[in-house]
Design a protein. Sequence first.
Lengths: 119, 119
Amino acid sequence: MSEDVIADGTTKKANPCCAPPGDVDPDAIATDLQILTAMGNDTRYELLRRIANADDGVCVCDLEAAVGVSQSAVSQALSRLYTAGLVTRRKEGSWRYYELTDTTAALLETLDNLRDTHE
Amino acid sequence: MSEDVIADGTTKKANPCCAPPGDVDPDAIATDLQILTAMGNDTRYELLRRIANADDGVCVCDLEAAVGVSQSAVSQALSRLYTAGLVTRRKEGSWRYYELTDTTAALLETLDNLRDTHE
DNA sequence: ACAATATATTAGTAGTTGCTTGTATAAGCT
DNA sequence: AGCTTATACAAGCAACTACTAATATATTGT
């Protein structure tokens, strides 16, 4: 990398390649990464898309049929989505209904638009 | 899960929990997952943010200084971002300059907006 | 041609992830 | 109360990831 001053106090010409970029807010990193890593998995992404397709919440039982993993895996995936703030959940009788949060809806829409405009 | 018909031809009442959600386009899944998994990593996300902060492309040498991993790791991370379509790269002399694609700029902006509106 | 710098590639590896299987909890049914 | 269904939790493990270290390639300067 670029180096202006070396140990003995003499200087060397800095690399003229470019100006180093500014810093990044650490909180933004943490928040965004939680979202991105939660969405960035085959099972969880497909669950999100299927939840998005339903109008008024989906119960776990019908999600299980859709993705090709065990009941336990679906439960774990949904928990992760929940703690990442990507879905809400409410209990009704013995069923649990999952719905997208606004965050997720916005991100999925952005991804849709990008796919459309990019051909 | 819900079950209407069983093997011997008799029927059982389907679960009244909800209507099963529609299918998801497999191509959309593949494309989006490539983007999400490429962005969803500490090093690569920070590289993207730093590239976004610069006006006219950043060379690898100054990115190395910013994130806390080896030169090799930065090179590998940038390659991955490139093959995922998240950055462009051009060579100029012995330096390589990376810039965001529109896709990435749009996604980062969406993430910024979500953080702002969600407090 | 040789040395130095900038970046990429390869191989090996520690740590992480996402599953499965088994078990637990909770609600509804008889 | 017992049986069944819906969901969650825990332990174990195979597969994957992202790093480091070493080496290769390309460009520039002497």
